[in-house]
Design a protein around this ligand. Sequence first.
Ligand SMILES: NC(=[NH2+])NCCC[C@H](N)C(=O)O
Length: 396
Amino acid sequence: MTEMYGVDSEVGTLRTVMLHRPGNELRRLTPRNNDKLLFDGIPWVGRAQDEHDAFAQVLRDRGVEVLYLHELLIEALGDSTARAQAVEGAIADLRLGDTLRDYLAASLTSLDPAELAEALMAGVRNDEVRAGGLVTSLLAHEDFLIDPLPNLLFTRDSSVWIRDSVAVTSLAMPARVRETQLTELIYGFHPRFAGADKVYDHQLEHVEGGDVLALGPGVLAVGVGERTTPAGVERLARRVFAKGLAHTVLAVPIAQQRATMHLDTVCTMVDVDAVLMYPNMAEEMRALAVTTDGDQLHVAESEPFLVAAAKALGIDTLRRIDTGLDPVTAEREQWDDGNNTLALAPRVCIAYERTVETNQRLEESGVEVIRISGSELGSGRGGPRCMSCPILRDPA
Ligand SMILES: NC(=[NH2+])NCCC[C@H](N)C(=O)O
């Protein structure tokens, strides 16, 4: 049987990827809620969709199968147990109270899979229901009873494949917590993933996919900071070791800032032995190598990241390519996701066109750069890597 899923590096030829085409959930963003919903601006939705379609087309043109999260979700919701689980998850919020919860349970249960998927993604606003009762009267018109999920766009974060097992992640920010209820439904109920092994779930300690880099077979680097907690990386290490999915997990502390919320905002792989890095942080980046004897976890002394990574991979050095040229350009291009490239194969990657200097540097280092426009997509602070969840890659 040909393989349907499996990812053991960042750079092996990409075969299948899951994307999410931005939809009505983005139309929920206003200047009053965008900060809470983790967007730095109010995107022009139609243009964001055009940009996203162009991104998907680049992938298809290179022979990559593109799966859409919303289509997988609708198909998964064809199962009645999945629908019941979806409704239960959506109305669990303690802000609702019994009257509203009962009302929403009944109305969501009456929806068909496509309508239910839409409610789960775009949310439900107080003025869109006629529930009656105390809570709905006291809430503002524009309050959400079910929050919209504009960050679904960043499919990298809500699940990650580690070899042939899938980790449904556990997102730290309140605005994103419910996303993994949806990926849990997809991997739990979609026939395509029926045989897939699950290595993590959304009720465990926080781990976000943007922090998880498969540096090479058996070696994961996991950013620890705003999103993946120390306890999260420890739990993930235990789980991947128990299943024999990795022999080393490098825990990489990263600065707690908006611009560097995930490890993939400061470093991504572009070849089996080359990494694109944010120079303003590269020198100070260190890693703790975690291994196991089959029973206990062993944690090594902290070392410079590139040294620890090369050791774990069993190679002499990891080549470093820097974002930008001078510190200011680097800072600007890092903010614009210059680091957040998606490798389609060794030395071939997709990047935003606006990160001009970084793209030039990649080309000078022998990496082919396929440029896409992201003026609207970028307002959510995520680039090509964040917007993609690789499901199948060839061994690098
Ligand atoms: N893997 C990533 N770098 N994802 C970027 C996620 C951006 C999103 N707005 C957030 O703040 O969560």
